[in-house]
Ligand binder design. Structure first.
Ligand code: SF4
Ligand code: SF4
Length: 162
C-alpha cells in the first residue's frame, strides 16, 4: 500500500515538474513503418507498361490515366489520394516484374501537409516525366520506325527480283 502511494506521488510529481510533450512531432520523428504499410503511391513511369489494370480495378475511381506522347505505353496512372481508400488492389494487380510499377508499401508514408487543404492538387500523386526522357523515348521510337520501314522496303525489293 505504501509503495503504491509512493509510486503515485512520484508519477504525479513527474507529470507536474518534468515537462515533456504528450505526442511526437511526426514531421521530425520517423514513424515505425510496418513491412506491408500502405502509404502514398510510388509510380515508376519507366517500368509501367500502360496496361490500365490498376485504373480498372480501383474501387473508388481514384486513378486517372495520364496520356503520354509515346506509341507504346501511352498512358501512366496518377492517383487522387482524397478518394483513395488504400486498399492496395492497384499494387496487387500490377503485372510488371520483378518490381510493381505502382506500390503503396515502401512508398512515401508521411502524407502530412500544413495549413488548410484548399489546394486539392496536394492530394494527387502526379507523375512528372522529365523532358529528356520523353525526347529519348521519341527518338527510340522514330529509329525503330525507320528501321522497320527500311526492312519492309528491302523485303519488297527482294520480292521484285525473284
Ligand atoms: S489503393 Fe485502392 S483505392 Fe487507392 S488507388 Fe489503389 S486501388 Fe484505388
Ligand atoms: S497496372 Fe502497373 S503496368 Fe499497368 S498501368 Fe498500372 S502501374 Fe502501369
Amino acid at each position: 500500500m505504501i509503495f503504491q502511494l509512493i509510486a503515485k506521488v512520484f508519477r504525479v510529481s513527474k507529470a507536474l515538474f518534468i515537462k515533456s510533450p504528450a505526442t511526437q512531432d511526426v514531421r521530425t520523428h520517423v514513424m515505425h513503418q510496418a513491412e506491408r504499410y500502405r502509404g502514398e503511391h510510388r509510380i515508376d513511369y519507366e517500368t509501367c507498361i500502360g496496361c490500365d489494370a490498376c485504373d480498372k480495378i480501383c474501387p473508388t475511381h481514384a486513378i486517372t490515366m495520364k496520356h503520354l506522347p509515346f506509341k507504346k505505353q501511352n498512358i501512366v496512372p496518377e492517383v487522387n489520394l482524397s478518394v483513395c481508400i488504400f486498399c492496395g488492389l492497384c499494387e496487387d494487380v500490377c503485372p510488371t516484374k520483378p518490381e510493381k510499377s505502382i506500390i503503396l508499401s515502401g512508398g512515401r508514408y508521411d502524407m502530412l501537409s500544413g495549413g488548410w487543404h484548399e489546394d486539392q492538387n496536394q492530394f494527387w500523386v502526379h507523375v512528372d516525366i522529365p523532358q529528356s526522357y520523353i525526347d529519348s523515348r521519341l527518338e527510340e521510337e522514330e529509329a525503330a520506325r525507320v528501321k522497320k520501314e527500311l526492312a519492309a522496303k528491302k523485303k519488297a525489293a527482294q520480292g521484285e527480283k525473284e
